[in-house]
Design a protein around this ligand. Structure first.
Ligand code: GDP
Length: 328
């Protein structure tokens, strides 16, 4: 077996944009290896340049097709692009190549493109922490855009999208019959709406309906962001330049209005809370069973009240976390 490279060394290579080092460090981050934590902490200081874009929509909306075309458009513009595809049903763990994404095969061999799929099923503590660690690695690795694609179902997926600077909601034609984005509760989170499959006859109607729906909730004022509706078609390869232009405009808007700071705080809050949750969850699992059992016995015997027991339990978990931290 090849000798293991220290995460600090990988981090150095990540800064140089080495795709293998990026992939390996993401794998370590994803599996929550404590050895890589110092390296990730050091890399974090080098982040903040990438434009992180969350792309969401119901299954079948056309997200993965759109992401491939958008990635191509970004490349044609001479920028580097990374894709993190979060697949809630994938049985793969740790960096499965998107084998089924034939559309992406030309992109896979391009060093200016990085594609990574992450499974969510069975991921302890959800997917936000590993996905956002991966975003950091890609940001530090010099990618200009990081596209995080996720199905808009479940709180976990929404958390990931909320950790983006710009959120794109993909709507397939036929919105009126089956108001997908509203049903999925993701209409409001969009900074940009895309109507995919614009080659289809019913696409215009969906664009009109979305626009009129948005009219009712548009914030007013000269500085307010007007959520655009961008039709795209992978079939006729149209609309992706407009989508990239809308992304750039939104980024510029965030910086000009100072909204970027609000979003950065929101992202920081999501991340810190997620990490703490994961620590507590793991601490519970690792806390010695007998200790918990003994405490429960005291509650049953009415020597200790449930509230007091919960506080004691948290202390135990905290000790456990501290022990783990010192072991790193
Ligand atoms: P996802 O589940 O949201 O990732 O959706 P996919 O990208 O897998 O697309 C779902 C289906 O819509 C597939 O059968 C695609 O071929 C089809 N599709 C995607 N984009 C377009 C498009 O621009 N035009 C047409 N006509 N079909 C499309």
């Amino acid at each position: 077996m090849a000798e293991r490279i220290a995460s600090e060394v990988l981090a150095e290579r990540v800064r140089g944009g080495d795709p293998r080092a990026i992939a390996r460090l993401i794998t370590r981050a994803e599996s929550g290896e404590s050895e890589c934590r110092h390296a990730l902490a050091a890399l974090y200081r080098d982040t903040g340049r990438a434009h992180v874009v969350g792309i969401t929509g119901v299954p079948g909306a056309g997200k993965s097709t759109l992401v491939s075309e958008l990635a191509r458009t970004v490349r044609a513009d001479g920028r580097r692009v990374a894709v993190i595809a979060i697949d809630p049903s994938s049985p793969f763990t740790g960096g499965a190549i998107l084998g089924d994404r034939i559309r992406m095969s030309d992109l896979v061999s391009d060093p200016g493109v990085f594609i990574r799929s992450m499974a969510t099923r069975g991921a302890l503590g959800g997917l936000a922490r590993p996905a956002l660690d991966a975003v950091d690695v890609l940001d530090a690795g010099g990618f200009d855009l990081v596209l995080v694609e996720t199905v808009g179902v479940g709180q976990d997926e929404v958390d990931v999208v909320r950790a983006a600077h710009t959120t794109v909601v993909v709507n397939a034609p036929g919105l009126g019959d089956d108001i997908q984005a509203i049903k999925a509760g993701i209409l409001e989170i969009a900074d940009i709406h895309v109507v995919s499959k614009a080659d289809r006859a019913d696409a215009n109607r969906t664009v009109r309906e979305l626009k009129s729906m948005l009219m009712m909730s548009m914030p007013e004022g000269p500085e307010a962001w007007q959520v655009p509706v961008v039709p795209t078609s992978a079939e006729t390869v149209t609309g992706f330049g407009e989508l990239l232009a809308a992304l750039d405009r939104h980024r510029e808007h965030l910086y000009r209005t100072g909204e970027i700071e609000t979003r950065r705080r929101r992202i920081a809050s999501t991340r810190v809370v997620k990490i703490a949750e994961e620590m507590v969850r793991e601490g519970f699992l690792k806390a010695r069973r007998e200790r918990i059992e003994a405490m429960l016995e005291r509650v049953v015997a009415r020597e200790l009240d449930p509230h007091g027991a919960a506080l004691e339990l948290l202390d135990t978990v905290k000790e456990r976390i501290r022990d783990d931290e010192q072991a790193v």
